[in-house]
Design a protein around this ligand. Structure first.
Ligand code: NCD
Length: 315
């Protein structure tokens, strides 16, 4: 680990990995490694963020992301409040701007935010002073998920550069795919996308990314497969003819897995539509890193909060 690294995330709003340098991504991954040791201790508490306060402001449903940001803050001794917007003044019509002003006035240091509108986190970073961490804005970005995906791959494979990853499914509506692509191209992964034509962005031309029509071509000899949830809630009618058809043509099952490398790692950001994009056998099978992703999510979010709120690392 390079303690002399010039990279620092102090005070940085974490909106999209497009705004991250390779050194900054490296700093997060190395710091997450130290954080993972803390999570494994009997007493998972360090004083790093004592006296800091964090608000989780989620306008969209979440299990993993919200809980892991909350635990991450608590393990670091910050005061953390999670606002359930369906029980807040948002239902009385309070605007996003006024909700942010209200939280800012209480003296918080960071706001972790999820919103259905693309650009919502960027907007927040322009109107209030606390550090803004984007926990998902529409189909645009989900940077902490991409960082935990990178961390999970590096932990399992020992490296990132040159690995072949297949990202399979609903690319069009996936903020995870967008952030994965932004981070993974920077870290030297060879990215292959596959999914129905109707769920693939139409204009897509990025160095290091290949698009396939057949999932078999994308996963052939892959080191990693990232299976995406079919985002039924973001789709308009007509994009998706039949669940059974999708599972048959694109679903990741044991048979298809044989095309990948023998030690292929299977990831899924969750929540899963089992039997649709992924089979139950693969989810619980020997190649699955889905549980590790969840644990690593806490470590990576501890790293992000520490780096953004103190600029320092923990020992
Ligand atoms: C993802 C999300 O919300 O974008 N889930 C997550 O954060 N673990 C993916 C999804 O909802 O499909």
């Amino acid at each position: 680990m390079n303690n002399d690294s010039a990279a620092t995330l102090a005070g940085k709003d974490i909106i999209s990995l497009k705004n991250f340098s390779n050194e900054e991504i490296r700093l997060v991954l190395d710091t997450a490694k130290e954080m993972k040791n803390i999570i494994k201790r009997d007493i998972k508490k360090v004083p790093t963020l004592r006296g800091k306060s964090i608000v989780n402001l989620f306008f969209e449903p979440s299990t993993r992301t919200r809980t892991s940001f909350e635990l991450a803050g608590k393990y670091l001794s910050a005061d953390v409040v999670s606002i359930n917007t369906s029980a807040s003044s948002v239902v009385k019509g309070e605007s996003l701007r006024d909700t942010l002003y209200t939280i800012e006035a209480m003296g918080v240091d960071a706001i972790v935010m999820r919103h259905k509108a693309e650009g919502a986190a960027d907007f927040a970073s322009r109107v209030v002073k606390p550090v803004i961490i984007n926990a998902g804005d529409g189909a645009h970005a989900h940077p902490s998920q991409a960082l935990l995906d990178l961390f999970t791959i590096e932990q399992a494979k020992g490296e990132l550069n040159g690995l072949k990853i297949a990202i399979v499914g609903d690319i069009l509506h996936s903020r995870v795919a967008r952030s994965d692509i932004a981070g993974m191209t920077k870290m030297g992964l060879d990215i292959h996308l596959a999914g129905p034509k109707t769920l693939m962005p139409r204009f897509f031309n990025i160095d290091g990314v290949t698009i396939h029509e057949r999932v078999e071509d994308a996963i052939k000899d892959a080191d990693v497969i990232n299976v995406l949830r079919i985002q039924l809630e973001r789709q308009q009618a007509g994009l998706f003819p039949s669940m059974r058809e999708y599972a048959r043509i694109f679903g990741i099952n044991d048979e298809r897995l044989k095309l990948a490398k023998d030690d292929v790692l299977v990831m899924h950001p969750g929540p899963q539509n089992k039997g649709l994009e992924i089979s139950t056998a693969v989810t619980y099978g020997e190649h699955s890193a889905i549980r590790e992703q969840v644990q690593n999510g806490v470590a990576v979010r501890m790293a992000l909060l520490t780096l953004a709120l103190t600029g320092k690392k923990v020992d």
